[in-house]
Design a protein around this ligand. Structure first.
Ligand SMILES: [Zn+2]
Ligand SMILES: [Zn+2]
Length: 320
């Protein structure tokens, strides 16, 4: 069996901002990525399994454009959510309802779609998308609110030779409870996908304070850093360029340079690009993916980091 990781995309920056006149927002093409599909193919090149990671606005357009999921070839064997923020779940209802309707029309099984996520994210979804949770998905929760750096229970997949392991990360603003109590919960997960040939790490979203990546404080965090290290592919949340003194909801590229040193990925792919927070005149502001790739590559070489770095294109596929 062959496995591909297909990059799904959103609008320009996340999303094209109302009223913004930066180059990335003015560009008509979609460019941002916070979603990927793990598509498994049989010997004839037919998709036999599709696990979708995150489903923000625009993701369905990417699925419909995929040569392996178009029309009658469409299939959805599971959804794994990093967390509940709208740029990761906004099309959950649209996807599940259309998938259900098309399968019913074709006389196919219309069972619920397995949905893998953390307990805190499921609690948010029940509040914000109660209908789809009640009717269309079968939740599988893989954690009990373990702290950042913890390795969580692998997803129960019916996919031979593939293991998907969630990791707890902190993601400021996503880690609040959906009720009004002040207590925090850890809602966000990264995923490590392992096949016989390839290890890919999906490290989005996270905030700028996941310092356990560079300075693990516990034996479990050290073991998790070792588990994440030396990946063939590291897809990592990178929202803007300059590192801040204060905690930010997303890491900057300057944070990513620090994380890449202990993680030593062979290929680093920058996800979640916006460039907005630094403002006009700063690196990243208004840049399209090619400009990000060129400047990030120069900074990578200057920092003496191994491997390559790029902003992946929408629809790009990575052999797993
Ligand atoms: Zn988020
Ligand atoms: Zn996000």
């Amino acid at each position: 069996m062959r496995h591909l990781l297909h990059i799904n995309g959103l609008d320009g920056p996340l999303l094209q901002q109302f009223g913004c006149d930066c180059g990335r927002c003015r560009a008509p093409e979609r460019a941002a990525n916070t979603s990927a599909s793990l598509i498994s193919l049989d010997g004839d090149g037919q998709a036999v399994h599709h696990l979708l990671f995150d489903v923000g606005l625009g993701v369905m357009d990417s699925l419909n454009a995929s040569p392996y999921l178009r029309g009658a070839a469409a299939r959805l064997d599971g959804i794994a959510l990093t967390h509940w923020h709208p740029d990761h779940v906004a099309e959950l209802n649209r996807l599940c309802v259309s998938h259900y309707n098309n399968r019913r029309r074709r006389g196919q099984d219309t069972g619920r779609v397995p949905l893998h996520c953390r307990a805190g994210t499921l609690a948010w979804l029940k509040r914000e998308q109660g209908y789809v949770v009640r009717v269309h998905v079968e939740p599988h929760v893989f954690d009990e609110c373990e702290p950042p750096g913890a390795r969580l229970r692998p997803l129960p997949l019916s996919l031979p030779g593939v293991q998907v392991t969630p990791i707890s990360v902190s993601h400021y603003t996503a880690d609040e409870r959906p009720d009004d109590s002040a207590e925090m919960v850890y809602c966000c997960a990264a995923f490590v996908i392992e096949t016989a040939r390839t290890k890919a790490v999906l490290l989005w979203d996270m905030d700028s304070e996941n310092e356990w990546l560079v300075a693990p404080q516990t034996a479990e965090q050290s073991a998790t850093v070792a588990f994440l290290a030396d990946a063939d592919l590291l897809f990592i949340d990178t929202s803007f360029w300059h590192r801040r003194a204060h905690r930010t909801t997303h890491p900057s590229f300057e944070n990513v340079l620090r994380y890449a040193r202990p993680l030593r990925p062979r290929r680093t792919l920058l996800m979640h690009l916006s460039g907005h927070p630094d403002g006009p005149g700063n690196p990243g502001y208004g840049w399209m993916n090619a400009a990000w790739t060129a400047a990030a590559s120069a900074a990578w070489a200057e920092a003496g980091l191994s491997g390559t770095v790029a902003a992946p294109d929408l629809g790009e596929m990575f052999e797993m």
